[in-house]
Design a binder for this molecule. Structure first.
Ligand SMILES: [Zn+2]
Length: 480
């Protein structure tokens, strides 16, 4: 394998925190040791340009010269539903993390629901961790869940290293993960403010959803009408009020409607600690393009129209989103009711969730490039930003000395047609099937080793780093 155990990776397009330039990246013991001028590290002979390195066993080590293929920090995807155990037939740790690695994602944070048990207790977290052992091809962390009645579980879960807590403001789609409202929301956010945790929120308002027209069938516009933008704005407004009262730090998951952005801006001006993310499908797909019955496109909140998509891009360019993450949430094809599997194509009844973990980088890059953005922008949205969201900036999300050598060789001009059956996630369903995307992942390294799906997985389980703990609970945490 040309890419095994490199010591130096060289590229004319290394995407560094301060921009893109030709460089040599020196890796030692799984970490990036230094980044130096392109071509300055001669490897395998005695003419080291950098004399300091001469006695450090660099000789005979491997040089990987990527030429014009870009070198990016591995992506950090903080929004992935793995579903194992309990719904492993939807997605599992081995398949999801293989898809991640193939798509240039080197860290995922797993959502607390759709697995059984959900990650709403310490015991639930232990089950998840044990199940994931030895299966992860990339590094893996866990979100906890805040549901009605588990306020007392939040601090113990946080001490065990979950990165924060997810809540739904409207029904989640699975019975074992109920949504929070009224006093439950207030109590969950107050407790998270006390322990210093980040509350991540699915924001759609159940009353607005209940009042919306419900017209089942194969027409996407009917589904869209059943999940109006008002559901997002009402939920976000209510959440921001509660965050202001409780002092909680909140993060709005998968913003679909650009109408919520002015609310977020105003809240930030008022001192509310709020961040937001959006997803590749909201940035690259549009309601106008969804074919009748193609429920691979169904997700909640839904993909909206083209003018909304333009507004999301504008907000992204203005720094209003901290992250672009997949919300990878697959199910079996029969639950998607896909016509090609004999299903009805009914958008109302189909499982809502998009499978795209392996395709987020090329999907976003294809559209970003068309709109005049650089690889550095994409890295900020999909690697540095999400790493910052979860407090992993010291180790993930950048090609910088001391960081884990999580790296991706990415050909920004490589084109490929998406075949669902060629993807690594468990069920061959994705709304990107048949599309031609620009940008191909040529290799992925995790802590300096190429991820080779023929070998054994060596992803690690991550806990929230101690330095991301807030002092608001009046103590430091000794669990790490
Ligand atoms: Zn999700």
């Amino acid at each position: 394998m040309p890419f095994s155990q490199p010591t130096v990776i060289r590229s004319r397009r290394v995407v560094l925190p301060d921009g893109e330039r030709p460089a040599d990246v020196l890796i030692r013991d799984g970490r990036i040791e230094r980044v130096v001028a392109h071509g300055s590290l001669a490897v395998g002979d005695r003419k080291l340009a950098d004399r300091e390195l001469a006695d450090r066993e660099l000789l005979d080590r491997e040089l990987v010269d990527l030429g014009d293929t870009a070198l990016l920090p591995g992506l950090v995807d903080t929004h992935v539903h793995v579903n194992e155990p309990g719904r492993t037939e939807w997605e599992g740790f081995a398949t999801a993390t293989r898809a991640a690695a193939a798509g240039g994602v080197t860290t995922i944070i797993d959502m607390p629901l759709n697995s059984i048990p959900p990650t709403t207790t310490v015991e639930g977290l232990r089950v998840k961790r044990k199940t994931a052992e030895g299966q992860a091809w990339v590094d893996l962390g866990f979100w906890g869940g805040a549901v009605p009645g588990n306020v007392a579980d939040l601090e113990p879960l946080y001490r065990e290293g979950v990165f924060g807590f997810k809540s739904f403001l409207a029904p989640s789609g699975v019975d074992e993960f109920p949504h929070v409202e009224g006093p439950d929301l207030e109590a969950a956010l107050a407790e998270q403010a006390r322990i210093g945790a980040l509350a991540i929120i699915h924001a759609e308002d159940p009353a607005v959803l209940a009042a919306a027209p419900q017209q089942p069938g194969v027409h996407y516009r009917d589904f869209l009408a059943s999940r109006p933008a008002d559901a997002e704005t009402a939920a976000v407004a209510h959440l921001l009020d509660t965050a202001r009262r409780t002092g909680a730090r909140v993060h709005i998951l998968h913003v679909s409607s650009a109408a919520v952005l002015p609310l977020l801006r105003r809240a930030r001006e008022d001192g509310v600690r709020v961040t937001a993310e959006t997803c590749p499908h909201y940035l690259t797909l549009a309601a106008e393009q969804v074919p009748d019955g193609d429920t691979a496109f169904k997700c909640c909140p839904p993909i909206r129209d083209e003018s909304n998509r333009d507004a999301l891009w504008e907000a992204l360019a203005n720094g209003e989103f901290i992250a672009v993450v997949s919300d990878h949430s697959p199910s079996t094809p029969d639950l998607k009711l896909l016509p090609e599997y004999g299903g009805s194509g009914d958008f109302a009844a189909a499982w809502g969730g998009i499978a795209s973990l392996q395709l987020g980088l090329p999907a976003v890059w294809t559209e970003a490039r068309r709109r005049g953005h650089s690889l550095s922008d994409v890295v900020r949205w999909m690697s540095a930003g999400p790493a910052e969201l979860v407090g992993l900036t010291g180790t993930k999300g950048a090609i910088a000395p001391g960081h884990d050598a999580d790296l991706v060789a990415f050909d920004p001009d490589g084109e490929f047609a998406v075949r669902a059956s060629g993807l690594h996630h468990r069920n061959p369903v994705t709304p990107y099937a048949g599309r031609t995307l620009t940008g191909a992942v040529r290799g992925t390294w995790l802590r300096g080793r190429e991820v080779d799906t023929g070998a054994r997985p060596f992803g690690r389980q991550l806990v929230r780093p101690a330095d991301s703990l807030s002092d608001s609970a009046g103590r430091t945490d000794s669990a790490f």
